[in-house]
Design a protein around this ligand. Structure first.
Ligand code: FES
Length: 155
C-alpha cells in the first residue's frame, strides 16, 4: 500500500470519506496523545508515534475502559495506564496473552493537519466498549467534535 505523499496516517482511509480536521500533527506530543470529544459516543484518543505516524482509537481500553489517551506510547502500541495492557495502535487489539479490541478510527494526515472521518466521528458506536450493554441512539452532529488538552507524554 502506498501512502499519499504527505500522509503519515496510521489507519486506512475509506474511499469517499468526508474529513474533519481536528488539530495539527505538532499539536500531538510525540509518543503522546490528544483526546477528541464528541457530542455522541465516547472520546477518541489520537496518538503520535516517535516517527510521526498518527493513529486514532476509542479512548477506552478493551480491558476495563481505562483512558488510553493517558497511556504510554511506545513503538506502534500504547500501554494502558490502569493495568498496563499493551494495545496495538494499528489494530486496536490487546497483545497476547490479553484479548480484546477497541474501535479504530480512520485518520488522514495532510500538510501537517490531522483529520478524522466525519461519518465515524458521528457514529456513537459502543459495541467495543467494555462493560457496556447499552445500545446508543443515532446522531450526526459530529461537527461539534473538539480536541481537548494534550494527555501526558511518555517519560
Ligand atoms: S483498563 Fe486497561 S489494562 Fe485494565
Amino acid at each position: 500500500m502506498t501512502p499519499a505523499p504527505d500522509a503519515r496516517a496510521g489507519s486506512a482511509s475509506p474511499a469517499g470519506a468526508q474529513w474533519k480536521t481536528i488539530c495539527r500533527v505538532d499539536d500531538i506530543p510525540r509518543l503522546g496523545a490528544r483526546r477528541v470529544s464528541r457530542p455522541h459516543g465516547a472520546d477518541i484518543a489520537v496518538f503520535r508515534t516517535a516517527d510521526d505516524r498518527v493513529f486514532a482509537l476509542l479512548d477506552r481500553c478493551p480491558h476495563k475502559g481505562g483512558p488510553l489517551s493517558q497511556g504510554i506510547v511506545f513503538g506502534d502500541s500504547v500501554a494502558c495506564p490502569l493495568h498496563n495492557w499493551t494495545i496495538g495502535l494499528a489494530d486496536g487489539c490487546a497483545a497476547a496473552p490479553d484479548v480484546g479490541c477497541v474501535q479504530r478510527f480512520s485518520v488522514r494526515v495532510s500538510a501537517g493537519s490531522v483529520a478524522l472521518d466525519l461519518a465515524e466521528l458521528a457514529h456513537p458506536r459502543s459495541d467495543a466498549d467494555p462493560g457496556s450493554a447499552s445500545h446508543a441512539a443515532g446522531g450526526n452532529d459530529a461537527a461539534g467534535a473538539s480536541v481537548e488538552s494534550p494527555a501526558k507524554t511518555a517519560a
